[in-house]
Design a binder for this molecule. Structure first.
Ligand SMILES: *[C@@H]1O[C@H](CO)[C@@H](O)[C@H](O)[C@H]1NC(C)=O
Ligand SMILES: *[C@@H]1O[C@H](CO)[C@@H](O)[C@H](O)[C@H]1NC(C)=O
Length: 166
């Protein structure tokens, strides 16, 4: 997502799949962190990204014009929806940065936060970091969260990277 140099069309949907293990109990601590029951959550959200035009959700803030886009930086604020249609309910945003950190190919290092503003996870955030390779493969580590995602850990997988071009 965000970062792929697919700039010829204007709308991309990335279906992502989260495998989450949120919160932990097996923690023999007594402190202000009274941890709740560990539960596993799977869910999907759709990243709606626009790369061209006035409604673009990604801006390139550094363009070094080096081979493989090395050194470039993009910032994105994509819309999270419950489905692939533009009419699907918006549940939040995916905000982050794509650092073109490879000299050998156009892969990127991407830290991002999913900010939920509606639905089951309203007012919660999930923080992820990972890499996106040139094929669009972008498994990412969930490194934490807030709200219902406090103490979250797990992975985010992209199942599909489809250009709907609507
Ligand atoms: C994206 O939007 C910004 C302003 O919001 C604009 O300066 C930039 O040219 C746009 N990029 C593209 C590729 O349309
Ligand atoms: C970076 O600049 C080069 C040269 O001006 C241009 O060809 C290229 O499209 C730019 N890349 C992006 C992502 O804006």
């Amino acid at each position: 997502m965000a970062s792929s140099p697919h700039s010829s069309s204007h709308l991309y949907f990335l279906l992502v799949f989260f495998l989450l293990l949120a919160a932990a109990t097996a923690f023999p601590v007594t402190s202000e962190f009274e941890l709740g029951r560990q539960s596993r959550i799977h869910f999907r959200v759709y990243f709606h990204e626009t790369f061209l035009g006035p409604d673009n959700t990604t801006v390139t803030v550094v363009n070094m014009s080096l081979p493989n886009t090395f050194g470039d930086v993009d910032i994105f604020d994509a819309v999270l929806r419950t489905g692939p249609s533009k009419r699907s309910t918006e549940v939040g945003r995916a905000q982050g940065v794509s650092f073109h950190a490879s000299q050998r190919d156009e892969s990127s290092l991407i830290p991002l936060v999913l900010v939920f503003t509606a639905g089951d996870f309203c007012d919660s955030t999930l923080t992820l970091i990972g890499r996106m390779d040139t094929s669009g493969k972008a498994d990412r580590a969930i490194v934490g969260g807030t709200g219902v995602f406090q103490f979250a850990w797990g992975n985010m997988f992209i199942l599909m990277d489809e250009d709907i071009g609507e």
